[in-house]
Design a protein. Structure first.
Length: 255
C-alpha cells in the first residue's frame, strides 16, 4: 500500500461513520421548521460539520465571515460534492444544484428538505423562474449559494463563470459574496483528488476516504454591492476575477 494512502481500516471506518451520519441527518432534516430561519440555519451548520467530521476532513477559514450574513447570494468555485458541506459549516444557505442530485439516494431527499433549488442545466427555460425564485428567497432574508462555473473543475484552476443567475441578486438588490474553495493533502499541497469532475460519486468518495488527510480552505474573498454593477455580466466578471486570484494563488501542487 502506498504510504500516502489511508489504511483500509481507516477507509472502512470513515465510510461507516458517513453511513451513520446520513441516517441521523436524514431524520433531523425531516424535523426542520421551514418557518424558523434560526432552526434551519443551525441544522444546516450541523449538517456540514457532521459530514466533514465523519470523513476526518479538516476545515480552515482563511478570511473572516462577513458581518451581515442575511439575504446574500453566495458564489463559489466548484470542485467536489464536499463544497456544499464546507460552505454549510461556516455560512448556512440554500443551494442551487443540478436536477440529477434530486434523484440521488438519501442525499437528494436531504437536499430537498434543506431548501435546495434544483435546476435543469440543459434547459434555458428554467433560468427565468429560477431567478425569480432565488430573488424572492433573497428578499426574505435567506442566503442562497451557487456555483457559477455550472460544473466541477479539478480545483486547481477556474472554469468560465455563467452570468445568468447573478441577475437574481440584481433584481433583489442583494449583495454577492465571493467564496474561494481549495483542497490540500497531508503534505499541505493543493490536490485534485477530491474533484468530482469526470468521475462518478462512488469513485470520488473512495478517493476521498483513501486520503491520509484532507483539508478544505474556505476564503471569503469579497462582497459586491449590486447597486455598483451595470449588469449581471459586469457583476459576474468582478466575482470571477476575485475568486480566480485566490484559487490560482498556490503554485505548489500535488495531484
Amino acid at each position: 500500500m502506498s504510504s500516502n494512502k489511508a489504511s483500509f481500516f481507516t477507509r472502512l471506518r470513515r465510510l461507516c461513520r458517513l453511513a451513520v451520519w446520513l441516517f441521523k441527518t436524514g431524520k433531523n432534516l425531516r424535523g426542520i421548521d421551514g418557518g424558523c430561519p434560526e432552526s434551519r440555519n443551525r441544522a444546516v451548520i450541523e449538517l456540514g460539520r457532521g459530514a466533514l467530521a465523519a470523513l476526518d476532513i479538516g476545515l480552515e477559514v482563511g478570511r473572516p465571515t462577513p458581518e451581515h450574513p442575511n439575504g446574500v447570494l453566495v458564489a463559489a468555485n466548484h470542485v467536489s460534492w464536499l463544497d456544499i458541506f464546507a460552505m454549510s459549516a461556516v455560512y448556512p444557505s440554500s443551494f442551487i444544484a443540478k436536477q440529477e442530485i434530486k434523484s440521488w439516494p438519501v442525499l437528494g431527499k436531504m437536499g430537498q428538505n434543506a431548501g435546495t433549488v434544483f435546476i435543469n442545466r440543459n434547459s434555458r427555460r428554467d433560468i427565468e423562474p429560477i431567478n425569480r425564485a432565488v430573488c424572492e428567497t433573497l428578499q426574505r432574508g435567506q442566503n442562497v449559494s451557487f456555483f457559477p462555473e455550472a460544473r466541477t473543475s479539478s480545483g486547481l484552476g477556474l472554469l468560465p463563470f455563467k452570468a445568468a443567475l447573478f441577475q437574481s441578486a440584481i433584481d433583489a438588490g442583494a449583495k454577492v459574496l465571493a467564496v474561494a474553495l481549495r483542497y490540500y493533502d497531508e503534505t499541505g499541497k493543493r490536490t485534485a483528488r477530491p474533484s468530482y469532475a469526470d468521475v462518478g460519486l462512488p469513485t470520488c468518495l473512495w478517493r476521498i476516504v483513501s486520503m491520509k488527510k484532507l483539508t478544505i480552505k474556505v476564503d471569503f474573498v469579497c462582497v459586491a454591492d449590486t447597486a455598483e454593477s451595470e449588469d449581471r455580466y459586469a457583476l459576474k466578471d468582478k466575482i470571477e476575477e476575485s475568486i480566480r486570484a485566490v484559487v490560482a494563488g498556490d503554485a505548489d501542487v500535488a495531484i
